[in-house]
Design a protein around this ligand. Sequence first.
Ligand code: GDP
Length: 297
Amino acid sequence: MAFEGLADRLQDTLQKIRGKGKVTEADVKEMMREVRLALLEADVNFKVVKQFINKVKERAVGQEVMKSLTPGQQVIKVVNEELTALMGGEQSKIAVSSRPPTVIMMAGLQGAGKTTTVGKLANHLRKNHNRKPLLVAADIYRPAAINQLETLGKQLSMPVFSMGDQVSPVEIASKAIEKAKEEHLDYVIIDTAGRLHIDEDLMQELKDVKEAVTPDEIFLVVDSMTGQDAVNVAESFNDALHITGVVLTKLDGDTRGGAALSIKAVTDKPIKFAGMGEKLDALEPFHPERMASRILG
Ligand code: GDP
């Protein structure tokens, strides 16, 4: 289960303070030491941990008394609110262009779950927003990527646009948008190439595609299981591409949670969706508040 270690440790720590009728500064200090360790152990970025701890301390010591809560409960409420804020506060909405189609460009390293997420996102848009997406196969380097997307399209009974692997991604993406306009499809989701590591060629290609099609959203797909690496990857992609949001995959696994808690604070870009499994319906809008509550039990 995702966040298991973090949830256990935080819940144990907070339990000690929950019923307290009086919370001293020493109590808060002691508790925050435990919270800090729990977050670091869960692979949360250390700068993020530091800021978080300072924020909670500042608010929890000498805060206004709320009649319905014990002081202990109030401290827990502050932790909950700050965890929520750390993950972006509100749930982020997906863009809708006033001049369809809305163009979504997907980026990410190989294996992060990018191609699968294209299918999941298309399914989500049709099912929950009544949209008609076109899936675009612009990953021309990974031999199986085009076939994989075509298979997903068949499973979903959705159109897939491909031009094989001898045409440039820029041309594929541009033609796909023309096609969507002709066929009155209102979303275009472009699967781009990934590599095992970030390199210049990859970034240049993505920048070229971005420039050619001016996407309404650029989603970076990152694997939550990779912890701090996921955050570093997000930072690099954001510097080069100015992404609009992150899709955090494999949150159904036993990820410790560091990426979920660090990405917004480090990149200032929200996590928009969470991948919760391999199936096409396993994508959920990311709710910071629900996630915080889940961690704190
Ligand atoms: P790409 O190289 O980034 O396009 O990655 P793929 O879409 O091919 O996905 C790589 C692997 O991760 C596949 O086996 C997917 O089924 C799996 N995968 C993708 N998203 C999730 C997820 O949210 N949870 C789990 N458990 N597996 C996922």
